[in-house]
Unconditional design. Sequence first.
Length: 74
Amino acid sequence: MPKPPVVKPKELIKALKKKGFEIDHTSGSHYVMYNSDKTLRAVIAYHNRPLKRKTIMSILKSINISVEELRKLL
Protein backbone atom coordinates (compact mmCIF):
# COMPACT_ATOMS: atom_id res chain seq x y z
CA MET A 1 0.00 0.00 0.00
CA PRO A 2 1.44 3.42 -0.92
CA LYS A 3 2.21 5.96 1.74
CA PRO A 4 -0.28 8.79 2.13
CA PRO A 5 0.82 12.34 1.35
CA VAL A 6 1.75 14.61 4.24
CA VAL A 7 -1.07 17.13 4.56
CA LYS A 8 -2.25 19.68 7.06
CA PRO A 9 -5.77 19.33 8.47
CA LYS A 10 -7.01 22.34 6.48
CA GLU A 11 -5.96 20.66 3.20
CA LEU A 12 -7.57 17.36 4.20
CA ILE A 13 -10.84 19.09 5.07
CA LYS A 14 -10.82 20.86 1.70
CA ALA A 15 -10.22 17.54 -0.12
CA LEU A 16 -13.02 15.80 1.76
CA LYS A 17 -15.42 18.63 0.89
CA LYS A 18 -14.73 17.85 -2.78
CA LYS A 19 -15.73 14.25 -2.04
CA GLY A 20 -19.10 15.34 -0.61
CA PHE A 21 -18.34 15.63 3.09
CA GLU A 22 -19.65 18.55 5.13
CA ILE A 23 -18.57 19.86 8.52
CA ASP A 24 -21.22 18.61 10.92
CA HIS A 25 -19.87 20.18 14.10
CA THR A 26 -16.70 20.88 16.05
CA SER A 27 -15.78 19.46 19.41
CA GLY A 28 -12.84 21.26 20.95
CA SER A 29 -10.11 21.20 18.32
CA HIS A 30 -11.68 18.38 16.29
CA TYR A 31 -13.82 18.78 13.20
CA VAL A 32 -16.48 16.13 12.65
CA MET A 33 -17.24 15.73 8.95
CA TYR A 34 -20.23 13.77 7.70
CA ASN A 35 -21.29 12.43 4.31
CA SER A 36 -25.06 12.04 4.29
CA ASP A 37 -25.10 10.02 1.05
CA LYS A 38 -23.14 7.13 2.48
CA THR A 39 -23.52 7.84 6.21
CA LEU A 40 -19.76 8.08 6.71
CA ARG A 41 -18.08 10.14 9.41
CA ALA A 42 -14.52 11.47 9.76
CA VAL A 43 -13.04 13.15 12.82
CA ILE A 44 -10.06 15.41 12.06
CA ALA A 45 -7.89 17.06 14.69
CA TYR A 46 -7.44 20.68 13.63
CA HIS A 47 -4.04 22.29 14.27
CA ASN A 48 -1.33 24.00 12.23
CA ARG A 49 0.97 20.97 11.93
CA PRO A 50 0.87 18.22 9.31
CA LEU A 51 -1.09 15.14 10.29
CA LYS A 52 0.85 11.97 11.00
CA ARG A 53 0.70 9.30 8.32
CA LYS A 54 -0.95 6.79 10.66
CA THR A 55 -3.66 9.31 11.46
CA ILE A 56 -4.30 9.97 7.77
CA MET A 57 -4.49 6.23 7.08
CA SER A 58 -6.96 5.78 9.95
CA ILE A 59 -9.18 8.57 8.61
CA LEU A 60 -9.06 7.16 5.06
CA LYS A 61 -9.89 3.67 6.31
CA SER A 62 -12.89 4.92 8.26
CA ILE A 63 -14.37 6.69 5.21
CA ASN A 64 -13.40 4.07 2.59
CA ILE A 65 -11.11 6.27 0.49
CA SER A 66 -7.86 4.98 -1.01
CA VAL A 67 -4.54 6.83 -0.91
CA GLU A 68 -4.64 7.29 -4.70
CA GLU A 69 -8.09 8.84 -4.49
CA LEU A 70 -6.88 11.25 -1.80
CA ARG A 71 -3.96 12.30 -4.00
CA LYS A 72 -6.40 13.10 -6.83
CA LEU A 73 -8.58 15.18 -4.48
CA LEU A 74 -5.61 17.23 -3.31
